[in-house]
Design a protein around this ligand. Structure first.
Ligand SMILES: Cc1cc2nc3c(=O)[nH]c(=O)nc-3n(C[C@H](O)[C@H](O)[C@H](O)COP(=O)(O)OP(=O)(O)OC[C@H]3O[C@@H](n4cnc5c(N)ncnc54)[C@H](O)[C@@H]3O)c2cc1C
Length: 460
């Protein structure tokens, strides 16, 4: 049996970053993966969807360039080429990741790993005898999978796809019905509506994207002009290509579509690798961890989507860093001072236009008893934004802060580059800074990020 300092189960963003960092500290590390290195994010999540969305953005620019003095005749989408470019990006990044891991002397073990104890893993690969690994410490990073709810007619229906199925469509659907108005559903809706599909989103709640401030979510809905939103509607069945729903007042309706995307959420992968057998605590259908990513079993940490704390790649990265710091400290007989703080993790929605946020929404801040002030500033105050997007493009930043002391509690943005500059807002939350920190910071000009500074000054 091979012995390692650390064995990691799952090579998504959480697992591979932990492996790189631990190996850089000269620890002997094995990284077990049953499918492709890079996990959901690289292979079937963040990277392929953003590659598609960039093609959609280029197409929009080509069609809308006339107002900016650039005329493109006959712009059209070559879908097989869009898919081929996505595949090329994913394949090259996966190869680069493999090289980085090998160069860092991480041992990659291919196959399905199963914990046989808190310090041992059996890896099955085809018909061969399982490879047995034994380790001082284990990290669980098995990720999450799409939820297919028990809606009559959905399971086994060839028209109903999850996000992975959407990545290898043979053609752009003429009509797409998206069940679920969360981040993943919105990205696909934005993508295919930009490519000309007639898109309808059916959402059970009365607003889309629950993490987003309601006022900003409403603005996002208005900005996605080509998408039809049916809110407060519970899907009752999918018969062939017909999605039937019922509104809160009992009214019934239906949507016909060529493709139905089921995007109602993802569940932590807590089964099939021995969690229950070795007595690992599972809480709210995820592996329970403390702020240092420790589980209830000594020597065993869990990170990323499987913990249920956040379903974002950068949150998995941060959890990996926190767990690595704790493993290193524990080896020296200490406890790490680093903790994972979910409240300051930013999120981004790469629709066209983009949205991003960090911290509380206005409603959440009020519900938590804060005496709240808000400011909202349009992106139109930025010269660069106007130059690149015109006068009628939607864009807005909203800052939620405490009336007394002006500590920033949340920042929510809608508009171009929101995903690129939300990190600055996250820093103010992480450091518990007041609005004056943004007022006194020098921003480069002309940039769209200046709207954050303008918003901060407008509270003055
Ligand atoms: C369509 C889509 C778009 C997304 N876009 C974004 C985005 O833009 N930004 C963002 O931050 N997040 C995005 N996400 C979420 C992001 O992909 C996840 O949060 C992230 O991948 C979680 O990382 P992880 O390491 O926890 O798990 P994963 O990436 O899910 O990796 C887990 C790995 O573990 C392996 N595994 C599981 N069980 C075993 C076992 N028993 N033995 C061996 N291997 C095993 C799996 O095969 C998998 O490779 C998106 C997700 C989807 C589906």
């Amino acid at each position: 049996m091979a012995h390692y300092d650390v064995v990691i189960l799952g090579a998504g963003p959480g697992g591979y970053l932990a492996a790189e960092r631990l190996a850089a500290e000269k620890l002997k590390v094995a990284l077990v993966e049953k499918t492709d290195l890079g996990g959901t994010c690289l292979n079937i999540g963040c990277v392929p969807t953003k590659t598609f969305l960039n093609s959609a953005k280029l197409y929009a620019h080509a069609r809308e360039g006339t107002a900016f003095g650039v005329e493109t005749d006959g712009a059209r989408v070559n879908w097989p080429r869009v898919v081929a470019w996505k595949d090329e990006v994913v394949t090259r990044l996966r190869r680069a990741l493999e090289l980085t891991l090998k160069k860092g002397e991480v041992e990659i073990v291919r196959g399905q790993g199963k914990l046989t104890g808190p310090h041992s893993v059996a890896v099955e690969h085809g018909a061969a005898e399982p490879v047995l690994l034994d380790a001082d410490n284990l990290i669980i990073a098995t990720g999450s999978s799409p939820v297919i709810p028990p809606i009559p007619g959905a399971k086994g229906n060839p028209a109903v796809l999850d996000s992975t199925g959407m990545l290898s469509l043979k053609e752009i659907p003429q009509r797409l019905c998206v069940i679920g108005g969360g981040v993943i559903g919105l990205e696909f809706a934005s993508l295919f509506s930009s490519f000309g599909s007639k898109v309808t989103i059916v959402e059970m709640m009365d607003e889309i994207v629950p993490v987003m401030d309601r006022q900003m979510a409403m603005m996002l809905r208005n900005a996605l002009k080509q998408v039809t939103f049916t809110l407060g509607a519970k899907v009752t069945s999918v018969e062939g290509q017909k999605v039937a729903y019922e509104m809160k007042n009992g009214e019934k309706g239906s949507v016909e579509a060529d493709v139905v995307l089921m995007s109602v959420g993802r569940k932590a992968n807590t089964e099939g690798w021995g969690a229950q057998e070795i007595g690992l605590e599972i809480k709210n259908r995820a592996v329970a961890t403390d702020a240092r990513q420790r589980t209830n079993l000594p020597g065993l940490w869990a990170i990323g989507d499987v913990t249920g704390k956040s379903q974002l790649a950068h949150a998995a990265y941060r959890m990996a860093e926190v767990a690595v710091a704790d493993i290193l400290a524990t080896r020296g007989g200490e406890r790490s001072a680093q903790e994972f703080v979910p409240e300051t993790v930013p999120w981004a929605l790469f629709s066209l236009p983009e949205a991003a946020g960090v911290g509380y929404t206005e409603d959440e801040a009020k519900a938590r008893g804060y005496d709240v002030s808000v400011i909202r500033t349009p992106y139109g105050v930025s010269g660069r934004f106007i130059a690149e997007n015109g006068f009628s493009s939607p864009g807005s930043v909203k800052i939620i802060f405490e009336k007394t002391g002006q500590r920033i509690l949340g920042v929510h943005m809608l508009g171009a580059y929101a995903s690129e500059h939300i990190w600055g807002a996250a820093l103010t939350l992480e450091r518990r800074l007041p609005l004056s920190a943004l007022q006194n910071m020098v921003f480069p000009h002309p940039t769209v990020s200046e709207v954050i500074r303008e918003a901060a000054w407008s509270a003055h």
